[in-house]
Design a protein around this ligand. Structure first.
Ligand code: CTP
Length: 485
């Protein structure tokens, strides 16, 4: 049977250019990998295009650049035998077809030039091993020796070779399998899943950066729990996020049980993913309970407690981010903060909510107070519909209260209404401890609702507080006071 042709997939003019460059060099060229897969999955325009040449990928890239307007720069990676060109919003990667085999006693591959089919079989999955022909006479022909199209139609993740070989060639592929299963809602075939479980220890040789790239894609998916559960099931999660696997299990003492905080966390992550694409809020959901493993205690009178788990959990965020090579910038600080505050709205929703408690929450959470509420709502995983409705309603109340209080008191971006300089001038002070005391007292008075968050009221309160501390007003301050009268 003749192979089907898909010229439409190659309608971008760039493919004609690559095709003539290859012809001029007397080479064969093919498009492979994610571009082909995503075309058939109708996943929208792919910007990354992988081209395989039978011969030198670097030579082909150089020729392509010559034929393009402006002759874009060719980035050559000699060690890998690859070259890259950026053209508009496209990123073109060129590589020569390779036959790669691994010696038993060494991880260094023997790389030899190979045929297209040899190149396809050393790729990760059948759905990523389909090629579209760029030769002029057969332009657009699909070359699919490992039946990637059938797997694509059935939603299956399968390796072209025996899975043990494919995974041990590059153990990152174990996580990639799980990432694709999560993103595409595909099934990893049982034999492959078993091979991942057997080879899981090999993940140790993969760099953290590459692992985290895949993990981020799992976290960004519609339902991250699919990937997280697979990572757990295959034993990989233990290597990546042991803080999370430590939450698994239910203990029972004297007939009292606590919930399984691992599976609960996965539900929370899915819940929040329906509400937000903010990756770092999803991370906060993933980590919001990690302090529960180290703080778990059984108290005869109260039952299970996780006292201070938010605080302990937030302390675990920095070392965890550092270990995984996640950014240690404001994203880390945000996750840390949201974890630390994650139970605060719950305590507010219990009973009667006081304005001062709401003001304190807004003060502590600042601009992230909405995100915090989103997390608390996602944290409701009770299967009892009555309870669920009640909790949600309580949080609605808290949200309403936050709006009211914020409209009145503007605490969200709190700036001290009286500066240190004003305090020094008012009491003829040099930099000293009293300034901090007065500033803190003003802030507390505002948060407690004793005075409004207004400059005039804060000024009056400053004088009152200073006199109470035994300070004397400066001449200038005295003059201003008498003028006010
Ligand atoms: N590939 C592989 N083994 C890996 C990584 C990549 O065999 N560990 C091959 C696959 O054929 C893959 C291609 O290289 O399709 C390109 O890899 P990459 O750009 O990382 O992924 P894509 O498949 O393009 O998918 P995505 O864009 O979603 O990352």
């Amino acid at each position: 049977m003749e192979n089907p042709r898909y010229e439409k997939a190659l309608s971008d003019p760039i493919f004609e250019v690559i095709s003539s460059a290859a012809s001029q060099l007397g080479l064969e060229a093919y498009v492979v990998g994610g571009f082909v897969r995503d075309y058939f999955l109708e996943r929208g325009e792919q910007k990354d295009i992988d081209v395989v040449a039978i011969g030198s990928g670097i030579d082909l890239a150089k020729k392509v650049s010559q034929l393009l307007p402006g002759k874009p720069k060719v980035n050559v990676f000699k060690n890998f035998g690859t070259a890259m060109i950026r053209q508009g919003n496209l990123q073109l990667e060129f590589v020569g077809a390779r036959k790669e085999s691994y010696r038993k006693d060494s991880r260094k591959p023997i790389v030899e030039d190979g045929t297209l089919e040899e190149d396809q079989q050393r790729r990760d999955f059948t759905i990523n091993a389909m090629a579209l022909d760029l030769r002029p006479d057969t332009f657009g022909t699909l070359l699919d020796p490992f039946e990637g199209m059938a797997d694509l139609n059935q939603g299956l993740i399968r390796t072209p070779l025996e899975p043990g070989i494919t995974y041990s060639d590059d153990p990152l592929r174990m996580i990639r399998a799980i990432r694709f299963a999560t993103q595409l809602n595909f099934q990893i075939i049982p034999e492959s899943l078993q091979a991942i479980e057997e080879n899981r220890d090999r993940i140790r040789i993969v760099s953290r950066e590459r692992i985290v790239d895949e993990l981020q894609k799992i976290m960004a998916a519609k339902q991250p729990s699919v990937g997280l559960a697979l990572l757990h099931k295959t034993g990989l999660l233990e290597y990546i996020l042991p803080e999370l696997t430590a939450l698994q299990g239910i203990e029972e003492i004297e007939g009292q049980r606590h919930k399984d905080n691992f599976w609960h966390t996965l539900e929370v992550v899915d819940n929040i993913s329906k509400k937000t694409d903010n990756l770092w809020l999803r991370w906060a959901a993933l980590l919001h309970d990690i302090g529960k493993a180290p703080t778990k205690r059984f108290d005869k009178n109260i039952g299970w407690t996780f006292h201070g788990h938010e605080f302990v959990g937030s302390k675990m965020v920095y070392p965890l981010f550092k270990r995984l090579r996640l950014p240690l910038n404001e994203h880390m600080k945000y996750v840390k903060k949201v974890v630390r505050l994650s139970s605060r709205p719950v305590s507010l929703s219990d009973d009667h909510v006081t304005d001062s408690a709401v003001r304190r929450l807004i003060f502590d959470a600042g601009a992230d107070v909405e995100d915090l509420m989103t997390l608390c709502e996602a944290d409701i995983t009770t299967k009892n519909p009555r309870k669920q409705r009640r909790y949600l309603k309580n949080f609605q109340e808290v949200r309403k209260k936050i709006k009211e209080v914020e409209a009145r008191d503007r605490i969200r971006n709190f700036q001290p209404p009286v500066s240190g300089e004003t305090i020094m001038k008012t009491f003829d002070l040099k930099p000293s401890r009293e300034i901090g005391l007065i500033k803190e007292a003003i802030k507390e008075a505002i948060l407690e609702g004793e005075i409004p968050n207004k400059q005039e009221d804060a000024h009056r309160y400053m004088i009152h507080k200073g006199l109470e501390l035994g300070l004397k007003l400066s001449n200038e301050a005295l003059k201003n006071l008498s003028e006010d009268d």
